[in-house]
Design a binder for this molecule. Structure first.
Ligand code: GAL
Length: 337
């Protein structure tokens, strides 16, 4: 068996897989991963898809990718189909954290383990959760904003409430804001989820926040760069873009460009290379019933899910080179064009 592994897997990590007897029959090239994605709406998801497929090919395993475009019924149907056609492990980015619980049970009935990728499936016996520390994303956003604006009116544009990441991020933000709110220094004058993370929804919410507060807004914390960009559009209509600090997430190209231009102050960089490579490595171990050492657990309403959470990196105009450019996440010429 050892010869087989070294032969087809150039990647270091895979070498330490010791196969339990029942997995003897499966060789790597026989493994098929089902990767069920919610959307390709944001830039990052294209990277997730392409880098995941690249890492799977490099590891010598097969992968099938489906995209549900925010449609729960479609995502359930797509995963049902992959399960019935015989995948060895399911990797899922749920559109709706609750709706995909049924699929986890279905997969287990077929002897297939489930890895929750980036977003956690709620109320189901998920085998492993791999993501960035989403609560930490919120904590780091709020810390940076309270340093810039220790007193004033805040707007919170949360992510989609169907996405458990949005809840974890919000938890982190309000953990940091609480003492400021209790002291009366900070008032959160507007706090709304953004349905399906749709930027137009965030822009409309920001316009309402500006109207009902007579433009007396001192800081904005948004769930990601796409919604931060939408908030900045709304601020620009009142000539406030660049004077009201805004925090986002994802380090997508437009977000980093706005940081250079000065209309956005912060984003959170999450290397998709690291996440996707780790996911393929772990998916293979799940398919081979290999033991996995988790960092911690997160309760998803049903169980304490074994979890591996990577650290997000705050990016502002002082460290763009050392982070997103150094990693090749974006090209310098594209950022400073
Ligand atoms: C979240 C993810 C973010 C974000 C968002 C919108 O779950 O962690 O990176 O972009 O989805 O798709």
């Amino acid at each position: 068996m050892t010869i087989l592994l070294i032969a087809c897997t150039p990647d270091e990590q895979i070498k330490d897989v010791t196969l339990p007897p029942e997995a003897e029959s499966k060789s790597l090239e026989e493994i098929k991963i089902g990767f069920s994605m919610d959307t390709l709406q944001e830039d990052r998801w294209f990277k997730d898809r392409d880098l995941f497929v690249e890492a799977a090919e490099k590891a010598g395993v097969e992968v099938e990718v489906t995209v549900a475009n925010g449609d729960d019924v479609k995502q359930v149907w797509q995963t049902e189909k992959m399960i019935s056609e015989g995948i060895d492990v399911l990797v899922v980015v749920p559109h709706n954290a609750e709706s995909m619980a049924a699929i986890v049970e279905r997969a287990h009935d077929a002897g297939i383990k489930v890895l929750s990728y980036d977003r956690l499936v709620r109320n189901a016996e998920v085998d492993l959760y791999l993501s960035y520390d989403n609560e930490e994303v919120g904590i780091l956003q709020a810390r940076a904003m309270t340093e810039l604006v220790p007193k004033g009116n805040y707007v919170y544009l949360g992510g989609a409430d169907t996405d458990y990441n949005a809840h974890l991020m919000k938890q982190g933000v309000f953990k940091v804001l609480k003492p400021y709110i209790d002291k009366g220094d900070v008032t959160v004058v507007f706090n709304q989820w953004t349905k399906d993370w749709v930027p137009e929804v965030a822009q409309a919410n920001m316009e309402t926040a500006l109207e009902v507060n007579h433009q007396q807004i001192d800081a904005v914390i948004a769930g990601n760069d796409a919604t931060a960009g939408a908030a900045i559009e709304a601020l620009a209509a009142y000539d406030l873009a660049g004077s009201v600090p805004v925090a986002g997430q994802d380090a997508d190209l437009a977000g980093v460009q706005r940081i250079v231009q000065g209309t956005q102050n912060l984003t959170m960089y999450k290397s998709i290379d690291d996440l996707s490579e780790r996911a393929v490595e772990l998916a293979i171990k799940l398919a081979l019933n290999e033991e996995i050492q988790e960092d911690r657990t997160i309760n998803n309403g049903k169980i304490n899910v074994p979890s591996i959470l990577l650290p997000p990196v705050p990016v502002d105009r002082t460290n763009i080179k050392e982070t997103v450019i150094a990693d090749g996440f974006h090209q310098e010429k594209d950022i400073y064009q």
